[in-house]
Design a protein around this ligand. Structure first.
Ligand code: NAG
Ligand code: NAG
Ligand code: NAG
Ligand code: NAG
Length: 366
């Protein structure tokens, strides 16, 4: 009998302390403007989920990725596709979080209820797009699956907070969706049969329709503040200039930028429809297109010297866009560069982009 009750105590005590920690963590988060951030998308926001996928084609788990990353509780490389922090890392810091939300597949999420769990999660996976066909091509976690993982997170969260408090917390949290570039640059432009099936008008309508479904699903799951990024000026990415620009490094590929603008226009129209439909839903469009184009065209004005080629030599991991894992193939001074590899901005460029879109995001704050 005595043995049994002490056994029970051993079992209950940790749960009791866990609940106390959760309560404390939640109160502590009253310091931050919002309780949590949930991030979905591709390599622009992946903080290391792909490290845990055996067959993912895009991984940034080797030097020189993360070479300038100074996050205290991380050893670099973390899986971030840059030499340092991502735009979302700067964003999380700006909102008062000690550090960015962890990747859902990282070991941090085995400890349900700790502060790092309760302040949100990152479900992003490099190589994914709105279209599951894009994600499958690169063995990434499709966005549809990222939303399922969020549902799993949500039920664990409600297990510790209770439903009412949990729902309240989700309604105050920010949900970031940052993807789409891969649907074009890593899929449409590379797949003749896809281009035969859809011209660019039809394809962009299709892709924006997928985002519309995601907004509905997130709203159904309790999200009330969603931030979506525009497509970047795809024709200015060094990898795109390589493949589609006839080697002319002086300018961006106009056709690709035009396609990005077509997508962005349709996205804005769709978002306006959703705003009208759901009065309780705030949606911010983070205009990364303008921010990156400004960086590329006005590089010197913003303290950079090179915006047409990446800092590292590409060809790593069997791809044409990732860095090769060699020191001697790295640029001398990464601070002069806008892009680190064939598509991903450097730490300093990400800082600039994050500050440039801050105003767009402010509409989500209380
Ligand atoms: C956060 O602070 C507000 C006002 O101080 C309080 O009403 C609310 O209960 C707090 N939230 C939590 C989850 O404790
Ligand atoms: C190209 O697109 C078609 C659909 O039109 C798809 O069935 C096929 O798997 C794609 N190819 C690759 C390599 O992804
Ligand atoms: C470059 O800078 C000029 C002057 O500040 C500005 O008018 C222009 O819009 C910028 N270009 C881009 C692409 O943002
Ligand atoms: C690297 O480039 C930055 C930006 O142009 C400059 O401020 C810095 O002095 C350079 N560092 C070295 C070691 O050349």
């Amino acid at each position: 009998m005595e043995r049994r009750s002490s056994c029970l105590n051993n079992f209950l005590l940790p749960i009791f302390f866990l609940l106390l920690t959760v309560a404390a963590a939640y109160d502590e988060n009253n310091d931050t403007i919002i309780p949590a951030i949930f991030t979905f998308g591709d390599s622009s926001v992946d903080v290391g989920n792909n490290n845990h996928l055996k067959s993912a084609m895009f991984k940034a788990d080797y030097f020189p990725y993360g070479k300038d990353l100074l996050l205290v509780d991380h050893i670099h490389p973390t899986g971030r596709f840059s030499n340092g922090m991502l735009t979302t890392d700067f964003g999380a810091e700006g909102l008062g979080f000690k550090h960015a939300q962890h990747g859902y597949l990282s070991s941090s999420f085995r400890v349900v209820g700790e502060n790092s769990f309760i302040t949100g999660a990152n479900f992003a996976s490099a190589g994914s797009g709105y279209y599951d066909g894009t994600s499958m091509r690169y063995n990434a976690i499709p966005l549809s699956k990222q939303l399922e993982l969020f549902k799993a997170y949500k039920s664990k969260l409600f297990g510790v907070t209770g439903e009412k408090k949990g729902e309240d917390m989700l309604s105050k949290s920010v949900f970031i969706v940052s993807t789409g570039n891969g649907d074009y640059v890593q899929n449409y432009y590379l797949n003749r049969s896809l281009r035969k099936r859809y011209n660019i008008e039809k394809y962009s309508t299709f892709i924006v329709g997928l985002l519309a479904d995601i907004l509905e699903k997130l709203h159904g799951d309790g999200a009330r503040k969603i931030a979506v990024t525009t497509l970047p000026p795809m024709g200015c990415l060094p990898a795109a200039i390589n493949v589609h620009g006839n080697g002319n490094r002086k300018r961006c590929v106009a056709r690709l930028n035009k396609d990005a603008q077509t997508h962005n226009r349709k996205m804005e129209k769709m978002v306006n429809e959703k705003r009208a439909k759901h009065r309780d839903l705030k949606i911010a469009i983070l205009n990364t297109y303008d921010a990156i184009l400004d960086l590329v065209n006005n590089a010197t004005q913003h303290g950079f010297k090179e915006s047409r080629r990446g800092c590292c030599a590409t060809g790593g991991g069997g791809t044409t866009v990732l860095c090769k894992p060699n020191t001697e193939l790295l640029c001398r001074n990464v601070s002069e560069y806008v892009f680190f590899d064939g598509v991903h901005p450097t730490h300093l460029a990400n800082k600039f982009i994050s500050e440039a879109v801050m105003l767009d995001g402010l509409t989500l704050l209380p």
